[in-house]
Design a protein around this ligand. Structure first.
Ligand code: A3P
Length: 299
């Protein structure tokens, strides 16, 4: 059984010292040369920060609250996942690059790339970027469960082992610490709206209004309420176009842990032992000493 699992899991390589799947590594030159268009919107996150949630909010805004239009395709197909591609006999193939190239403007594109690996054309074209960050502890817990349920990720090992990998940045898309700090720095030089998962949970209406303003869009109260309702965790969990149940059959196993898992702030408390928490906090302080960035780990 363990042999079978190893064979089915993805293989890992590196780009500029950052771990990526072998497939991403093999297409990296094309990703780097990607031609952004001035009206592209990039949604950038470290994995598990609330990407899908933000994508749905953005699409609802762009479709002026039209739920049917938002159900035209899965999140994965509506918004090309820039660096991602799969060429596996068992799943439908996917190339974020090809999907993006074929898509008429204006496009909304998803990425998990750390800021230094964003294709230069996004900066040259001065594209708007929404970055969403989530506190390290909840990101770690969410990423752990995602590794358990998705064979598109390497085997996480035990909880203890995965925590170690996360802390040392030996996970796909690299160090959480460098990612959130790098983008935080970049926001002063570029058109970046930097949001927090915790703020979105606490006051989704306010955060949606920030996105509206950033996108220079206006909606009436009725549409705003519709966006709020349809992007709630409960509704998105049941929506086959947002909950990842219609793609990745054979790759994602929702019976191990659903993609739409809990959607809360502070679930880390159910996983960290007192000793692990102490170790994590001490290490965190060191890694985050050189930034003004502050996260909330509970509401
Ligand atoms: P949990 O595993 O903590 O539940 P991403 O889309 O970046 O992969 O992030 C996935 C995480 O966001 C999961 O966290 C998922 O449950 C949560 N999420 C997705 N939609 C959400 C929503 N509408 N409200 C709150 N959390 C949401």
């Amino acid at each position: 059984l363990s042999l079978k699992q190893t064979v089915l899991r993805v293989e890992i390589g590196e780009v500029e010292g950052i771990p990526f799947t072998k497939t991403i590594c093999s297409t990296w030159d094309q990703v780097w040369k990607f031609k952004a268009r001035p009206d592209d919107l990039l949604i950038a996150t470290y994995a598990k920060a609330g990407t899908t949630w933000t994508q749905e909010i953005v699409d609802m805004i762009q479709q002026n609250g039209d739920v049917e239009k938002c159900r035209r395709a899965t999140t994965y197909r509506r918004h090309p996942f820039l660096e991602w591609s799969i060429q596996e006999p068992s799943v439908e193939s996917y190339s974020g690059l090809e999907l993006a190239e074929a898509m008429p403007s204006p496009r909304t594109i998803k990425t998990h790339l750390p800021v230094q690996l964003v294709p230069p054309s996004f900066w040259e074209q001065n594209c708007k970027i929404i970055y969403v960050a989530r506190n390290a502890k909840d990101s770690l817990v969410s990423y752990y469960h995602f590794h358990r349920m998705s064979k598109g990720m390497p085997d996480p090992g035990t909880w203890e082992e995965f925590m170690e990998k996360f802390m040392t940045g030996k996970v796909l898309w690299g160090s959480w610490y460098d990612h959130v700090k790098g983008w935080w720095k970049a926001k002063d030089k570029h058109r970046i709206l930097y949001l927090f998962y915790e703020d979105m949970k606490e006051n989704p209406k306010q955060e949606i209004q920030k996105i509206l303003k950033f996108l220079e869009k206006e909606v009436n109260q009725e549409v705003l309420n519709k966006i709020l309702h349809n992007t709630s965790f409960e509704v998105m969990k049941e929506n086959p176009m947002t909950n990842y149940t219609t793609e990745f059959q054979g790759i994602m196993d929702h019976s191990i842990s659903p993609f739409m898992r809990k959607g809360v702030v502070g679930d880390w408390k159910n996983y960290f032992t007192v000793a692990q928490n102490k170790k994590f906090d001490e290490d965190y302080k060191k890694k985050m000493a050189d930034t003004s960035l502050v996260f909330r780990t509970e509401l």
